[in-house]
Design a protein around this ligand. Sequence first.
Ligand SMILES: [Zn+2]
Length: 459
Amino acid sequence: MVNLGCFETVVFLGGGGGSRRLSLRRWRMGASCGRQTHTAADDTIPDNTEGRPLNGATTQKRSSSVDVSGAIAMLESVAQELQGDTRLKMLSACKLARSIVRDNQVAPPDADKLAALYNLPEALISTAPPQLRASRPAGPELDMAVQLPPPLSEDLAQRVRSWNFNLHDVSKEDLPELCFGVMLGHEEFSQVDINRKRLWRFVQEIASRYRDNPFHSFRHAVDVTICCSCLVRMAQAARRVALSDPQVVVALLVSAMFHDTDHPGVMNGFLVATRHPLALLYNNQSVLENHHCSTALSLLERPELNFLNNLSGADQSQIKGHMITCVLATDVTTHMNFLKEYRACIEADGVANLKPDLIMKLLIKSADISNPTRPLKVYQPWIDGVMAEFFRQGDVERTLGLPISMNCDRHTVATAKCQVGFISFLVKPLFDGTLEYIPALKDVAMTNLEANLAHFKAL
Ligand SMILES: [Zn+2]
């Protein structure tokens, strides 16, 4: 009996806050009988394992003392001296062993490329769901220690209702309170019987899950929530049927707040191109949007954060369904199809009778790309942020030898031209549609948009 032993290839991707296992495959072979068994083992390596990876990808062969290729070569030479059937079986087993070794090797250049991402993998890998502690109490005792923040001052409550409000005037520390106050300014939160203490905890938890990206930070999330709040008020003033359902309003505003939770600061295309675990998890489909939504809804499973606990199971499911609709709609690649669907529904049902799903999508999509509809002074800091984030992605793509994504090459992209394209091809067509639903946008948003477009065309 010739025993090849066992060998394992372990690929890690880890980062500053500790390493997480990306994949672990264990292959075992018994060459003597020509039989191969292959199992994908789901075990972990203790934290103090020698050679634990830090900040990048590492390939480890735990049985490094075994020279597998050498052993196979030795077997092949022994097999050559055998006769007949035994010889053929041995050679075939060796061939199989070689292919398994080859399949499980990570070529050093790939490992280097992953390492070059430095802290991005760590930023992207927080896919572990929050701890679920189903055995903990779920009753009112959970809320006793929670102190609600004071209501927004009258002045601030009034200012955030203005389309031209500048969120960059608010400090980062004050953003969760502002966001909470904006949501509670809608009576639908009382009508739906939202647990305010748990909603406050949820807001703070979500705020902590946003990263300090130049653009996709909690500030952007609050901006989108405030914009949705304004759009809801304007639509309700125009007596739009779809927004008479309080559950729709609650779902829209809360999902606006969490629609970019844990955003890594790179686009979907980057995750797909680097075969990131999140891209694999979501089959390359709306990868980030699925991640944002799934992260937030997982948090809702924690009793102390479940602000829907006073509602029936059916109502909770209904609201969560609305939230998923909203967040998945923020994938810009759905933009053109959405506009086609929107146009067809307007023609079929009339603008006043559009269905809630369509309106939630319209409003959150509009709010998400509403920066160019603000005065230039308010718009400019958002441009600075988004371009910094794009260029950071472009830098990483250059390092990895990947094609640099559109608008991401700091050496060739002109910011003004980029904004002209963004406004002309994405923002204006969408807001032209939103304007039909909310005519009051004409005097504020559309005026700003036209002025900004003219400004950047002239540069
Ligand atoms: Zn967004």
